[in-house]
Design a protein around this ligand. Structure first.
Ligand code: NAP
Ligand code: GCO
Length: 258
């Protein structure tokens, strides 16, 4: 099953200090990739380096705000000099603001779109030229249930993740002939710090999500490891512009009757 091997590949996971990014980066490393990650500040990067070291995973960590095009260009250049050309990009860095739309400022809306949509664009346009020179590459955009569905208070996030779905399809369309595959990975509701407020004991959202999920559980970051390795590996060389949802069946299910 060498088609799932990432031996000899360099993988960059943005926002990879913890959570989904950490799990995906760990899986790519276990499949043989040389993993690097970035995060927003040195504290996060240092915490991430400690976590990877504890897991016996060799990584390089970089401080970089993925919304800052100049910083992204400098980071990618540094990675190419220190590690090698990026073969696999995972656009994982993200943010969410849960605010009723009519109470949300345009500035807050723009901040969410900047991280969740504009940054994956910046990251992809920065790594694609070297991928093309090398003969191909893999781009995995971390989408969401909100790439397909809306709900109260997450208008900016849903708009961004919906846009990220279409950016994924457009990158696939524009660069598929150059052997670049760009796909989305769409987690359902996963146990990470980002969803911790929704999982507080007694929070109505917890029971709501369990009733909407055929698997009748919240997802775990480990649930994303196999799908991520698949999309990063030669096993998916003819999969392009696809959003692979890892949601326990949420998108297939009307929900448990009360
Ligand atoms: P997260 O809270 O979304 O954050 C991921 C990482 O990105 C954090 O370390 C975060 O730093 C960092 N980050 C934020 N803005 C950044 C920027 N401008 N530059 C660089 N790094 C930045 O973590 P998560 O819950 O593991 O989610 C990871 C991805 O999966 C996100 O794209 C999220 O939207 C998506 N997702 C999550 C779920 C879920 O249920 N958790 C489900 C579907 C999709 P900070 O710690 O400072 O914020
Ligand atoms: C929310 C949650 C979701 C998850 C994820 C679902 O407030 O609805 O944060 O948005 O983070 O994106 O796939």
């Amino acid at each position: 099953m060498d088609i799932f091997s990432l031996n000899g590949k360099v993988a960059l996971v943005t926002g990879g200090s913890y959570g989904i990014g950490f799990a995906i980066a760990s899986a790519l490393a276990e499949a043989g990739a040389r993993v690097v990650f970035n995060d927003l500040n040195q504290v996060l990067v240092d915490n991430g380096l400690a976590a990877y070291s504890k897991a016996d995973i060799k990584v390089n960590g970089y401080v970089c705000d993925v919304t800052d095009e100049a910083a992204v260009q400098a980071m990618v250049t540094q990675i190419e000099e220190e590690v090698g050309v990026i073969d696999i990009l995972v656009n994982n860095a993200g943010m969410i603001k849960r605010i009723p739309m009519t109470e949300m400022s345009a500035e807050d809306f723009r901040k969410v779109v900047d991280v969740d949509l504009n940054a994956p664009f910046i990251m992809a346009k920065t790594v694609i030229p070297s991928m093309v020179k090398k003969g191909g590459g893999k781009i995995i955009n971390i989408c969401s249930m909100m790439s397909e569905l809306g709900r109260e208070t997450v208008s900016a996030y849903a708009a961004a993740k919906g846009g990220l779905k279409m950016l994924t399809k457009n990158i696939a369309s524009e660069f598929g002939h150059l052997n670049i595959q760009c796909n989305g990975l769409g987690p359902g509701y996963i146990e990470t710090p980002q969803t911790a407020p929704l999982r507080e004991p007694g929070h109505p959202f917890n029971n709501f999500i369990l009733a909407k999920t055929p698997a009748n559980r919240w997802g775990r970051t480990d649930d994303l490891k196999g799908p991520a390795v698949f999309l990063a590996s030669p096993a998916s060389d003819f999969v392009n512009g696809h959003i692979l949802y890892v949601d326990g069946g949420i998108l297939a299910y009307i929900g448990k009757q009360p």
